[in-house]
Design a binder for this molecule. Structure first.
Ligand code: FAD
Length: 429
């Protein structure tokens, strides 16, 4: 049977469905731009659910309490950093639009505030972040107020240990204890957060779990659980468990892949098409070319070839984990357009001798470079094409892991790239 090529015409094509690609689609939606988005499963499913803006200045391990002051310091110490080129009010507006969209789509988040939140990690250490899912917000509050609290885990659940959380946190939170319960209908063998989260969408499971949680809490009124309170309606699952137990309940992120990340991915896949976005999930663009008046993107899915024509393109393909950059013996490349990649001079410079070297590893700052309008630079140092923009951690000169700034770079640079793309679309060229 001959396969028919499907054609789509759009104003903006977003390549990538990580946080940067999804944020770009949200900002473009808010500007009433017609969008097509293509992306394979990215790092979203790995995130804790926290949206970090700036938790540390990269070369020092010192935590940043106020990320807005931190950004001012970053401008001086790291003028090349992508966040150093974006006004703070645009970054804040990007976070506001992003968290508002998440809330309206069923996953409530705290909005960006003046200071960072001190949040709990899966191992019971603390980290600074800007916005947290509403299901997790009571944890940092209970910690700050030093309220008595029980961390509860489950028989058979790997990768989250209440005893580990308590052991690591107790010197800072003496009123913390640990307990372990069975998960209803999953009393035997290994159990998985994703399956538990989907089970908690069912009212009967919640009722039975509530009984076990009440018993484990005893006299204590606040409990922390691994992040598995529902997949599609986490706020409802948490508030129902609170109603049934009479306790204050919060989630703590688990090791990846994590339910809060999968929640976001599934929500985007459900909501984006309803909002009019042409979404082609779980696929990769295999070719991207430019004519003076438009870009052409090629891919194929199970039904055959697809061609997208767009007036502007945002490249948000991430780094090595997502395939936006590739590491080869001869160096690091950008596989879709063969854009020049800023990188250490040779492979031997990728890593420092000590894994924990305070200066970090140079490979973590590799990426593509852009001009002031978010256009990737080509081989001659000028923009590759006026219709091409880039956003997210594919950008050079930032180590988002050490800076605790993954979502911040994704959201802020997506906001800026959409602004720049809109300028081009309005110029009608
Ligand atoms: C384990 C882990 C934990 C994390 N925890 C946090 C956290 O607590 N807080 C925080 O703020 N951030 C966290 N992050 C970072 C965050 O998840 C994102 O990695 C980051 O925000 C960067 O997003 P991005 O969209 O630029 O890149 P990615 O998320 O890597 O997305 C890139 C996307 O591009 C797609 N792609 C690549 N090539 C193509 C192609 N040819 N065609 C179409 N699509 C393509 C990929 O499939 C993917 O969808 C964590 C990341 C990891 C891995």
């Amino acid at each position: 049977m001959k396969e028919e090529t499907r054609h789509f015409e759009t104003e903006l094509a977003v390549v990538g469905s990580g946080l940067a690609g999804c944020a770009a689609s949200i900002f473009a939606l808010n500007r009433k731009i017609k969008i097509a988005q293509v992306g394979n499963t990215g790092a979203v499913a790995y995130t804790t659910g926290y949206l970090d803006l700036l938790g540390a200045v990269e070369e020092s391990s010192k935590a940043v309490e106020n990320p807005w002051d931190g950004l001012e310091l970053l401008k001086k110490s790291h003028p090349d950093h992508p966040l150093s080129h974006i006004p703070a009010q645009d970054i804040a507006e990007g976070f506001r639009q992003f968290t508002t969209f998440l809330g309206e789509s069923g996953i409530a988040y705290t909005g960006p505030q003046e200071t960072n939140i001190t949040a709990l990690t899966p191992a019971g250490t603390l980290k600074k972040t800007l916005c947290v899912p509403a299901t997790m917000a009571a944890g940092p509050q209970a910690f700050a107020a030093q309220r008595p609290c029980v961390i509860i885990d489950f028989h058979g659940l790997k990768g989250f240990s209440a005893r580990e959380v308590v052991a690591n946190l107790r010197h800072k939170w003496p009123q913390l204890t640990a307990a372990r319960v069975d998960f209803p209908d999953m009393e035997k063998g290994e159990i998985y957060p994703e399956v538990m989260a989907r089970a908690l969408e069912v009212a009967a499971t919640r009722t039975r779990l509530a009984e076990l949680l009440r018993e484990a809490a005893g006299e204590i009124k606040t409990i922390g659980l691994p992040a598995l309170l529902g997949m599609h309606t986490p706020d409802l699952v948490r508030s129902e468990l609170e109603r049934l137990t009479g306790l204050t309940i919060f989630e703590i992120p688990t090791m990846p892949p994590s339910v809060p990340g999968i929640r976001l991915r599934e929500m985007f896949e459900q909501v984006f098409p309803q909002k009019g976005i042409t979404l082609i999930p779980q696929q990769k663009i295999t070719a991207l070319s430019f004519a003076p008046d438009r870009a052409q993107l090629n891919l194929r899915d199970n039904y055959g070839p697809i061609v997208i024509h767009a007036k502007a393109v945002i490249l948000a393909t991430g780094r090595f984990l997502s395939g936006g950059l590739e590491a080869h013996i001869t160096g690091i490349t950008e596989p879709l357009l063969d854009l020049p990649v800023h990188q250490p001079p040779s492979r031997t410079d990728w890593y420092r001798e000590q894994y924990t070297d305070r200066q970090g590893h140079l490979i973590h700052k590799a990426g593509i470079e852009i001009d002031a309008s978010c256009r990737p630079l080509g081989k001659n140092g000028t923009p590759y094409h006026e219709r091409l923009f880039a956003a997210g951690i594919i950008l050079a000169h930032q180590d988002w892991i050490r800076g605790r700034s993954g979502a911040g770079i994704a959201i802020a640079t997506a906001y800026k790239a959409v602004q720049a793309a809109e300028d081009l679309l309005h110029a009608r060229i």
